[in-house]
Design a protein around this ligand. Structure first.
Ligand code: TSB
Ligand code: ZN
Length: 584
């Protein structure tokens, strides 16, 4: 998706279009007063005081029409400069402009205005030469927005739009927005009853419905099995910790702005944890360890809470209460490379199972010149960074290096995955940490009997179940593979009078096999029920009629096809098991 703000020419064009919007609004709503109209990544918006008017879809069309009219008229956009005093005089009836002008720097007294025809607005500019250039635009939506983002202030109307230099670019962009809308996991999540939100629970705190819970459970089982095979030990720990725990870990000093405020209970002060690493450090420290025991791999499906800005939370993709597919791997320095390799191989393995192909590995390294930002141990850094690079090269993984992007405590690898539409998302991560084990005074006894500090690898393969589920829903448009689908098989008897009994027989048979089965024996037309099975994106729909009942067979249709295949009961069961096993 194009970032309008980062493209200078498009940015000027869009900013000019915001003025065109304001002019059109002024024509249609003479009382309108204007706050700010900035360019954003997605185009532009303008915050407008329209009294009690709330802008509807129809209003947007009317405004757009007016904008087209003004554009055709083709007035020049003229810049002129006035002093602060003059500006205050000129805009004295407009409290919003007065507010803006009053806050302008005394030293910076030259204030620029832009006039096009009958409309003048305060603006730093620059703008295009004439309104004629503003031809290929679209108003996208409107919403309420409090003045200065403060709920105590008046609610303004925010109108969003976008502008391009030619029709093709505009159409391409609008098509992409439409595609994104269709794929939006919030829409799919609602249609397929996967998750919900409620103001009484809070922003960024989704509730997983039964269908969502099935998907999540499948993901948990899937990754748990893999981690078991790799020697991970899973634990359960509380989703709070004391402030002292987070002072020990350093999060209190360095991560507090991302945390919920603390709460006092008796003589203890707790925080909802933003990360569960400290808990795992304590579990490691609960026992003595010899160099022979390492690596020790502590895994958890861990609920963490982060204070994400309310404007940033989005469905399951960015939440305030998340569940990480987390693990902390405690290794000797000589094991860093090998263990890191196992993590990267696991990521590749998982991505293959999910058919993810378009992703980039980003290796974040320290800036060796920056002695302030990075934990001071040159040898450790140099060795570790070289190891990570070597592993990625060995595995033949394409990656890019981001110097100066490492965390204070060590280098890290993130995987940025490109979705079908929209910007890249970070799913998996693996972060080396030299510091946390020291802060918790963790140790192991080395082969020479001396006490050594282990190195920690923080890693999450799915990232969070929340974000991964959002991603998978958008990639598949909700058409999940058999092993993940909440309902795998929908049985549709052709006629309840004649086919219900045999339908129930197969329902029981398939349930016993552990398949997730439903039956739609509602008093509705067959075609209606078949269609509904498609709407609900159920992978297999069974049609039970005379032939199936008499021959004791199963006829099925795969989602999205119209071909019916008939198999014996045992062959059908074998087919389903195979599909599930292969994760197709
Ligand atoms: C991997 N302590 C480490 C852990 O051991 C950690 O918390 N790393 S993290 O901060 O990078 O988070 C891990 C993953 O969680 C990220 O890669 C990202 O995929 C996911 N994630 C982060 N914030 C959110 C959020 N607000 N909503 C959903 N998922 C998130
Ligand atoms: Zn961690």
């Amino acid at each position: 998706m194009i970032n309008i703000k980062e493209n200078e020419k498009l940015s000027i064009l869009n900013h000019s279009c915001a003025h065109l919007l304001a002019q059109a609004v002024k024509h249609l709503y003479p009382h309108a007063m204007f706050w700010v109209g900035p360019v954003i990544e997605e185009g532009f918006y303008y915050d407008i005081d329209l009294g009690d008017n709330v802008i509807t879809e129809e209003d947007l069309e009317k405004i757009e029409k007016e904008m087209k009219k003004i554009s055709k008229d083709g007035k020049r956009i003229v810049r002129h400069e006035i002093s602060k005093e003059e500006a205050l005089e000129q805009f004295k009836d407009d409290p919003y402009k007065v507010d803006l002008i009053s806050r302008m720097d005394e030293a910076d007294t030259v204030i620029s205005c832009y006039t096009q025809g009958d409309f003048t607005d305060l603006c730093r500019g620059p703008h295009v030469e004439t309104v004629k250039e503003l031809k290929y635009f679209k108003l996208l939506k409107s919403s309420g927005a409090y003045w200065k983002g403060d709920a105590k202030n008046k609610m303004l109307q925010r109108i969003y739009g976008i502008c391009f230099f030619n029709e093709e670019d505009l159409n391409e962009h609008l098509n992409m927005l439409e595609e994104a809308k269709q794929r939006d996991h919030r829409k799919i999540g609602k249609e397929l009853d996967i998750f919900m939100s409620h103001d009484l629970v809070g922003k960024g705190m989704p509730l997983w419905l039964p269908n969502g819970a099935i998907i999540r459970k499948q993901l948990e089982n899937y990754i748990y099995e893999k981690e078991q095979k790799m020697g991970y030990k899973h634990v359960y720990t509380p989703c709070v910790g004391t402030v002292d725990l987070y002072k020990t870990s350093g999060h209190w000093d360095h991560y507090q702005e991302n945390m919920f405020p603390s709460m006092k209970v008796d003589d203890e002060e707790f925080v909802l944890r933003p990360m569960n690493c400290p808990h795992h450090m304590l579990i490691y420290g609960n026992e003595l360890h010899s160099y022979r025991d390492l690596p020790i791999r502590i895994g958890e499906f861990a609920a963490d809470f982060r204070y994400e800005a309310s404007g940033a939370v989005k469905g399951l993709e960015r939440v305030r209460c998340m569940c990480q597919n987390d693990a902390h791997l405690f290794v000797r320095p000589d094991q860093i490379g090998e263990e890191f390799k196992k993590v990267v191989s696991l990521i590749l393995d998982v991505y293959k199972d999910f058919g993810l192909k378009d992703y980039k590995f980003r290796l974040s390294l320290r800036d060796p010149e920056d002695k302030e930002k990075y934990f001071d141990d040159d040898e450790m850094w140099n060795e570790a960074e070289a190891k990570l690079r070597e592993v990625l090269n060995d595995l033949g993984v394409e990656f890019f290096e981001a110097v100066g992007e490492a965390a204070f405590y060590g280098p890290k690898l993130d995987v940025e995955v490109k979705p079908a539409v929209g910007p890249e998302v970070t799913l998996s991560t693996c972060q080396l940490d030299f510091l946390l084990p020291r802060r918790f005074e963790l140790s192991y006894i080395d082969s020479d009997g001396s006490k050594k500090t282990p190195v920690v690898l923080h890693r999450a393969i799915f990232g969070t179940f929340d974000r991964f589920t959002a991603f998978i829903l958008e990639e598949t448009k909700g058409i999940l593979p058999l092993w993940l689908a909440p309902t795998q098989i929908n049985i549709v008897p052709v006629n309840n009078e004649y086919h219900l009994e045999y339908s129930k027989e197969i329902e029981e048979l398939l349930r016993k096999e552990g398949f997730r089965v439903e039956m739609d024996a509602r008093d509705e037309k067959l075609s209606y029920r078949m269609r509904e099975s498609q709407t609900r994106k159920i992978p297999l729909t069974l049609i039970v009629g005379d032939k199936e009942r008499d021959e004791k067979t199963i006829s099925y249709r795969i989602f999205g096809t119209t071909e019916t295949v008939t198999l014996s009961q045992s062959d059908f069961i074998a087919f389903v098991k195979d599909e599930i096993e292969k994760k197709r």
